[in-house]
Each structure stands twice: as structure tokens, then as C-alpha cells.
Design a binder for this molecule. Structure first.
Ligand code: SF4
Length: 455
């Protein structure tokens, strides 16, 4: 279970009812966007006086925030609902799988309520029904930045919901709807609060970060008497002033992305772009209906590197998409060698129920997908090994994530939490999570770096 409890306070005599707040358990599955949804729901519940139960037994009800993207994720979500019902019995389901309420009900008729993704109000109402809140203003103990499921020193900042693209393998627009950008002042106020609360790294997320503001015509909003535009460039410029590491995820290689690269060269935004390329073959990209697939991406990457030589690119790819030929796949491998991406994840194509791609001709046999996946990983590991070897001997900044008796573990500017590599400071226990230290790289492999702190 995922939990986020307020730090223990000094012992204070409390009225009877404050000492026993209603307790809600939380199981959060899926992507960072679902995690942000969970954070919002938990923040709202805590602001109303609910406590978050650390286990099933102590909970008066359990909220399961599900993922409904891949079939494997759906199966995991259904399993989590079943487990919560067995262990607790009073279960509210929300998140992407909530759009398939019939399926949930047919397997688990005893679920108390089912809501879809980002239906925060509906989830909170369902909790009210299941476990009535205590009405006491003294219970408003939530810090201004809200409650988060990430460690104290980094936080995801969701700038929009939904997506205007229609990639053929994806059902997210059907689940989450078209792009809905948050006003820039809301996003920036949240970012300021996070930094004021000690967050050192902000991870900007959405389904399509480079499309930010398109739906609201880049509208201006008021940030303490000052107009700010809901535009990708303007948002990055504002975030770059906050003094935290700012990392951009889910960006597409549109021409206007060029404008933010100088901010990376100037150290305002991290020199890092997470661009889910998914493939390189024009015919596969066309069949996938990927955004920006007609851009001359390698030329664009070369220009970005001219502006910011330090830039790290991370991406994800799908192999075995329907119709992918050996020639398409070889083209992808050549592209990966030439693009020199710092990090790349690779998925074997999996048909998602309801996706258009399921009806495309040319299904690739599983054993071919498997073989291509191994070939892809071997090429990427070689690319990554060479890039990381170039860091040996260099002094880099490291944001510390964890410390134990054996040393510290952190990340460089080129590594996002959870998905990228680590920097190991073996034997260094004189640091704390959230510290940013300088260290000289002593060793590298295809994923991680080993370094020693410099004075
Ligand atoms: S960009 Fe494509 S893959 Fe990403 S959410 Fe939108 S439709 Fe899905």
C-alpha cells in the first residue's frame, strides 16, 4: 500500500473525536499522472480530517487508483481490487480502469463506488458516503503544498490532462479526453509552493508537454498581479527562475521545442528531454500516427546538441508494431546508433483493447518481437555505455536520493527518478536525501555511475 502520513507532532491533548479520525487506505497503481491524481485525492481527504491508513486492517475504507492502459496493467488493477476487498472489504475504485465499470462490477459486485480518471470530486464524495468526514476546522493540518507520494525532495508537476493526438496504439485520449491545460498561474503557484516546501527537483509531466496551452489558446492568467502565458516556452522560463532542478517529460520534437534548449544551456532547465519517439521508420510512425513524425528529427537533435552539448535525451520505443518489417527495424537500430540517446526503454508491442492498431495488418509474431527487443537493447546498451564512459573523470552535480550505512545513492542532471540510472557514492554517509553535492566520476557501466564527492 502507498501511504503518506503527516510527521508525528508533539503530544497534545486532543478532543476525543480528533484523536480518532476516519482512516482511508490508498493503493496507487499506474503512471506518474495517476500518482498525481492520488496525491490530489489524498490532499483533499487530509484537508477534511481523514487520516491515511498505512495498512488494510487500520482502514475504514480503501481507495484503489487503477491503471487501464495495457491488458497487463488492467489485470494488475483487478488483482489489487480483489486484494483490497479480501483484506478490507470496503473498496472505492478510481482511475483509468474506472471507465470500464461493467467489467469491475461483473468481477467484484461488492465494490462501493467506481469513478474514472481525474474525477477527484466524485472519489471524495464516494469516500464521504463510505466513511463520513469529521467536521472540525482544527483538523485542517495539510501543508500548503499538499501531500505527496514522492520523497520530499522531488515532485511531479502535472501541467495538463488528456491529449489531442490519436496514436493508433493508445487509448488514453478515449479514457482521459482531449487536452485540458491548467492555467499557467495555477501551475506556477503549485511549483512555487513545492520549492518553498523543500522540493529540489520538479518533474513536469502531461501526455504531451510540448502542446501545453494549445487548447486554451495560450491564455494569460494572473500570477500575483503579473500576467503569465500558458505557453511551453513561457512556462519553462518561469519554472527556470525557481532555483530547483526542472526536468521536462513527454515532449515531442516540434520546432518550438528549439526555443527552450538555450535555457538548458544556461542552466535554468535541466539539459534533459524525455521524448517518446516510439520508432524511427517513417512507415511505422505513420501507421502509429505519431505526433511530429514528419519532423527531421536527427537534424533537430544535432541542432539541439550544437546549442547545448550537455543535452541528454531519453526515450521509449515499441518493437513489433503491426506491419514492422525487418527493414523498418534495421532502420530503427541505425537511427538509435546515430541519435545517441542517453536512455531508451523498449516495449514489445502489445495490443490494447479498444486501440485502432489492433486492426492493422501485419501482426508480428511474438518470437520476432522478442528477438527484436533483445537486439534493440543490445544496441542501446552499447550507446549508453559509450556515453557514460565519457563522464569518467568529470565533476558532476548529484542530487542525493537515499543514504544508508553503506553510502549514498543519487542522480545526475541526466537521470530522472525511477526510469534512468543512478550515481553511487559508496561509503559516503555524510549527506542527506535532497542534498545536491559535487562529485568526480570514477567508474561507469551501461546504466550507472560511481563517483566520489569533491570538496
Ligand atoms: S501522444 Fe499518443 S501515446 Fe501519448 S497519450 Fe497522446 S495519443 Fe496516447
Amino acid at each position: 500500500m502507498t501511504t503518506n502520513e503527516a510527521p508525528a507532532a508533539k503530544t497534545v491533548a486532543m478532543p476525543e473525536k480528533l484523536a480518532n479520525p476516519p482512516k482511508v487506505g490508498f493503493v496507487s497503481l499506474g503512471c506518474p499522472k495517476a500518482l498525481v491524481d492520488s496525491e490530489r485525492i489524498i490532499t483533499k481527504l487530509r484537508s477534511e480530517g481523514y487520516a491515511i491508513a498505512p495498512n488494510y486492517e487500520g482502514a475504514d475504507a480503501v481507495v484503489v487508483n487503477t491503471c487501464g492502459f495495457l491488458d497487463s496493467a488492467k489485470a494488475e488493477s483487478l488483482e489489487a481490487i480483489g486484494e483490497a476487498l479480501n483484506e478490507n472489504g470496503r473498496v472505492i475504485v478510481t482511475g483509468c480502469l474506472g471507465n470500464d465499470a461493467d467489467r469491475i462490477r461483473s468481477e467484484y459486485p461488492d465494490v462501493l463506488a467506481i469513478t474514472g480518471p481525474h474525477q477527484y470530486e466524485a472519489v471524495v464524495s464516494a469516500v464521504h458516503e463510505a466513511v463520513p468526514p469529521l467536521h472540525d476546522p482544527y483538523l485542517d493540518l495539510v501543508p500548503p503544498e499538499g501531500l505527496r507520494l514522492t520523497p520530499r525532495h522531488y515532485a511531479y508537476l502535472k501541467i495538463s490532462e488528456g491529449c489531442n493526438n490519436r496514436c493508433t496504439f493508445c487509448i488514453i485520449p478515449g479514457i482521459r479526453g482531449d487536452l485540458k491545460s491548467r492555467p499557467a498561474s495555477h501551475v506556477l503557484t503549485e511549483a512555487e509552493r513545492l520549492v518553498a516546501a523543500g522540493v529540489k527537483e520538479i518533474l513536469v509531466i502531461s501526455q504531451d508537454t510540448s502542446a501545453y496551452g494549445l487548447d486554451i489558446k495560450y491564455a494569460e492568467s494572473n500570477l500575483r498581479g503579473r500576467p503569465v502565458k500558458a505557453r511551453f516556452y513561457d512556462l519553462c522560463a518561469e519554472l527556470g527562475k525557481l532555483g530547483a532542478w526542472v526536468r521536462l517529460h513527454y515532449v515531442y520534437p516540434y520546432p518550438h521545442v528549439d526555443e527552450v534548449i538555450p535555457m538548458m544551456a544556461d542552466g535554468l532547465i535541466l539539459p534533459y528531454l524525455d521524448i517518446p519517439f516510439q520508432h524511427a521508420s517513417p512507415s511505422v510512425l505513420k501507421a502509429m500516427r505519431r505526433p511530429a513524425h514528419q519532423e527531421k528529427t536527427l537534424e533537430r537533435i544535432a541542432r539541439w546538441r550544437d546549442m547545448c552539448p550537455d543535452l541528454a535525451l531519453r526515450s521509449t520505443f515499441i518493437v513489433g508494431f503491426p506491419g514492422e518489417t525487418e527493414e523498418d527495424f534495421s532502420l530503427l537500430l541505425d537511427w538509435v546508433r546515430e541519435a545517441r540517446l542517453a536512455r531508451a526503454g523498449c516495449f514489445r508491442y502489445e495490443p490494447v483493447a479498444g486501440a485502432i492498431a489492433n486492426d492493422l495488418p501485419g501482426a508480428v509474431p511474438d518470437e520476432v518481437k522478442e528477438e527484436r527487443w533483445h537486439r534493440f537493447m543490445a544496441v542501446q546498451q552499447e550507446v549508453s555505455r559509450k556515453l557514460l564512459a565519457k563522464k569518467v573523470g568529470k565533476e558532476i552535480e548529484v542530487l542525493i536520493d537515499e543514504v544508508d550505512e553503506e553510502g549514498a545513492l543519487g542522480r545526475s542532471k541526466w537521470d530522472a527518478p525511477e526510469i534512468d540510472g543512478s550515481v553511487f557514492l559508496n561509503g559516503d554517509t555524510d549527506v542527506a536525501a535532497g542534498d545536491i553535492v559535487t562529485a568526480r566520476v570514477a567508474h561507469a557501466d551501461e546504466y550507472d555511475l560511481w563517483a566520489e564527492r569533491t570538496p
